[in-house]
Design a protein around this ligand. Structure first.
Ligand SMILES: [Zn+2]
Length: 284
């Protein structure tokens, strides 16, 4: 046991001890910050960000999914008030909705790509927000059921999500489209399969013409032959902008034997022509 020091020497010892303690604590704080910075990317991908509860957020924002008559059932763009969309809207009426000879029966969405969906949906992949992915996936499943109830689209037999490259998925820590698709499939009571994947490497030059065309393909068959889709396939992605990604996915599925498609996205971006049309109507 140390002898108890008294008077001035004890005071000096206490002051020194406090200086040492402060330095130790400061170093520990710096270490924590350094570690957080160096592991930030891992933290985001492997452990997820701390994100708010999606259900609470939806409740606070008083958000509800739109009714099917807000959008064109055929192409998914926002319907302008009083527009007759029985045979499609002005954007899609003259277009044949098919992919590789297989019909696209319709497009289902939760809403237009605008706040709050334009803030929530990208955060699913950027911040590995699984909770929001599951919540919006459930809503999307219910929206598909509502659309089926209108009698315009058939009930899907299977759900397939637009695939993400494995490296991207690993770095993000989430397959956002699959998260949404899994929950939508659960609501619909149908299987969700990994029928597609992003090719590991695409050769850009050389080979035959067929080979080059093949190399240009964006998605190919993933997994085992057991995953070949049957019947009407619900193709799920987070956002639909031009529809090109979903069409590429559908083309790959058409070759595998799908007999029809229904496209579903949490949010659909309107083409500029539609946005200006809507603004004109909003003036009235
Ligand atoms: Zn349309």
């Amino acid at each position: 046991m140390k002898p108890r020091r008294t008077g001035k020497s004890a005071e000096v010892a206490r002051a020194l001890a406090s200086v040492h303690r402060e330095r130790r604590e400061q170093r520990a704080r710096e270490r924590v910050v350094r570690r957080a910075r160096s592991l930030g990317w891992l933290d985001a991908s492997a452990f997820g960000y701390r994100m708010p509860s999606a259900a609470a957020l939806l409740h606070d924002a008083e958000w509800v999914r739109e009714t099917p008559d807000h959008a064109c059932w055929r192409c998914g763009v926002t319907r302008v008030p009083f527009e007759d969309v029985a045979a499609g809207c002005a954007e899609c009426r003259d277009r044949v909705m098919a992919c590789g000879g297989v019909p696209i029966h319709g497009v289902v969405r939760l809403g237009r790509y605008a706040p709050p969906l334009s803030q929530w949906v990208p955060a699913i992949k950027q911040r590995a927000w699984r909770d929001m992915g599951v919540t919006l996936g459930r809503e999307l499943g219910l929206q598909v059921l509502d659309a089926v109830a209108t009698g315009r689209i058939p009930k899907p037999d299977e759900v397939v999500s637009v695939p993400v490259h494995w490296l991207r998925r690993m770095l993000r820590g989430i397959d956002h489209a699959r998260t949404i698709a899994d929950e939508a499939a659960r609501v619909l009571g149908v299987p969700c399969s990994a029928a597609l994947r992003v090719p590991l490497a695409r050769r850009q030059t050389g080979g035959s013409r067929e080979g080059r065309l093949d190399n240009r393909r964006r998605f190919d068959r993933g997994g085992s032959p057991l995953m070949v889709p049957k019947g009407v396939v619900l193709v799920v992605d987070d956002v639909r902008t031009t529809g090109g990604t979903m069409r590429d996915a559908a083309s790959a599925l058409a070759e595998q034997g799908a007999v029809g498609f229904v496209m579903a996205a949490c949010a659909v971006a309107d083409p500029p022509s539609r946005a200006s049309l809507r603004q004109n109507v909003d003036k009235f």
